[in-house]
Write a protein that binds this ligand. Sequence first.
Ligand SMILES: [Zn+2]
Length: 331
Amino acid sequence: MTASPRPLRPARPFVLAIALALAASAAAAPPPAQQVPGVQHRAIGPLRVTALFDGIVPLPRQRLRGIDETDMARLQQRDFVPEAGDGVQTAVNAYLVHNGHRLTLVDTGTAGCFGDALGQVPDNLRAAGYRPEDVDDILLTHAHPDHICGLLDREGRAVYPRATVWLSREDADYWLDPATERAATTPEPLRPLLAMARRAVAPYRADARLRLFDAGDTLPGAATAASSHGHTPGHTGFLFEAGDQRLLVWGDLVHYHAVQFARPEASFEADADRAQAIASRREQFARAADGGWWVAGAHLPFPGLGHVRREGAAYAWVPVEFAPLPVAPAP
Ligand SMILES: [Zn+2]
């Protein structure tokens, strides 16, 4: 016996209903309201380097000197750099370097010193799988608040309970000496920043965990202190050995990435000694480009890791590409 054929119903309303249901379910998922954690890991030779995002700060383009307005505007537009009414979008980054034995943090972010939108380093450090108590050493490129304030939390307590803090002798002499604040030659806008620096190191100093270094010293984590003063009296980059590779964590060698690689002679208004800051930038660009070094910059677009390439008489920034970490060999 064969079944009698059922009358065919038109398929269209059914297909339409499914399409509508799919559209409704897609619309039901809310768009993300929060960015993912500002963390990126990178294997560089035997090192595991982790970029930590602290936030962004707007830098007015007028604070870059030694370049005419039209040239600056052209370079900014060429790289599609976001710029709001209050300035050019500028990242604040810190870096963790794990060499298998020690965990070193280079710079600490702003904590509360630049407002509530920044100060994300401790949260991102945790998101990266570390705890503040895991940090053995903190190397400070200089004593400006966006690098040093993050030693404390917003309540003024030390964030890193075990870490030894390392600062160049020249920056300590200038930034931590109360006499600098009283000196008539100290520019007025610097005075509150001097107080911030002294406050940031206070609990570490009281605990005998503040150490000073000189240019050329070898620091924990096998980093060499590579002097690049000019931005501050003791501004320093840290050159890490990574097998046959090198990583220079260079602090504030660059503030306006779309401009200063192409025009290394353009200098940031806040540079303490602009001529010296320019000379340091040129020197470190040349060394990094010719050595094929990895570099990490506190104000390069996050994660701020990449290379420097020579381009005629100037330079270009080559950002890193996101990549998985290598699989560890079986024990
Ligand atoms: Zn800075």
